[in-house]
Design a protein around this ligand. Structure first.
Ligand SMILES: [Zn+2]
Length: 271
């Protein structure tokens, strides 16, 4: 990573911004799910590090690497010797990043953007599940490469999926997966599961093309850090009430993970 300055990352970031407004795939509500395809072998395509998620303007911002607690932090323009976020008592944790192709998301509700903008995309109502457990959900087509961002708990789930695939002499790359959230917003006990979709082995041309165009995951993962350090220390760590509540509880690594796939006020319509 050394030697790549802000200009390099800014260029990459702009290119990515042209593709989508939010590079991460998030599940926001209980039972929300996405159909995804892992684009890289976990053994090769995971980038991990110790990251902060600083608050800015009432929202959780992009991950910022902790220059004190990460084992091998990159050299980025504007970096200081001490971590300003640790100094502001923000707690970093292990995060990993992996490229996935997101076909679509299934939401429990119609697009909330329609409340404000009648021209916003209307999601298609679809039946999900079978028999008594069948429910109606709302399908938001995405069809883009995104970054799956998680902590140790999500990583364990992926490891389980790798193990399950290898029992069938397969790898994680050989099927599409349903990525499902179990846990209401801000729950400290949110779980994510990955379920292989049978007979999904053939890649769409769009996915094959996306794999060819993937940039290094580490570059994408560090874009938030680049922006943070090059912008000085103007990203504040706000005193969020939720944070205080969580701090009052016994903190475990797992409890910190729930913020990974947590919703922020991103506009669904601009995914
Ligand atoms: Zn730090």
């Amino acid at each position: 990573m050394a030697g790549r300055g802000t200009a390099y990352f800014t260029k990459r970031s702009r290119e990515r911004a042209a593709q989508f407004s939010n590079p991460f795939v998030y599940l926001r509500e209980d039972l929300e799910q996405a159909r995804i395809r892992f684009l890289e072998e976990p053994s090769e395509g995971f980038y991990s590090g110790v990251f902060h998620r600083p608050y800015a303007g009432g929202k959780v911002g992009d991950p910022v690497i902790c220059i004190e607690q990460d084992d091998d932090p990159p050299q980025l323009d504007g970096m200081t010797d001490e971590c300003k976020l640790c100094e502001a008592r923000d707690k970093p944790s292990m995060k990993f990043f992996v490229w996935v192709y997101v076909y679509y998301l299934l939401h429990l509700h119609q697009n909330p953007a329609l409340d404000k903008d009648p021209q916003a995309p209307k999601w298609k109502a679809v039946k999900v599940g079978k028999g008594a457990s069948m429910t109606t959900m709302f399908k938001q087509d995405v069809n883009k490469v995104k970054i799956l961002l998680g902590g140790s708990r999500l990583k364990d789930e992926i490891d389980n999926s790798v193990a399950a695939a290898s029992e069938n002499d397969a790898t994680l790359l050989e099927a599409d997966y349903r990525f499902i959230r179990h846990g209401v917003p801000r729950s400290t006990d949110t779980r994510y599961v990955f379920i292989a979709i049978p007979k999904s082995s053939k890649l769409k041309d769009e996915v094959t093309k996306a794999i060819d165009e993937l940039g290094p995951i580490a570059d994408a993962a560090l874009e938030g850090s680049v922006a943070f350090f090059s912008g000085g220390s103007d990203v504040a760590v706000a005193e969020e009430p939720e944070e205080e509540e969580e701090e009052a509880q016994e903190e475990t690594a797992e409890e910190e993970e729930e913020a990974e796939a947590e919703a922020e006020d991103k506009d669904f319509a601009t995914l």
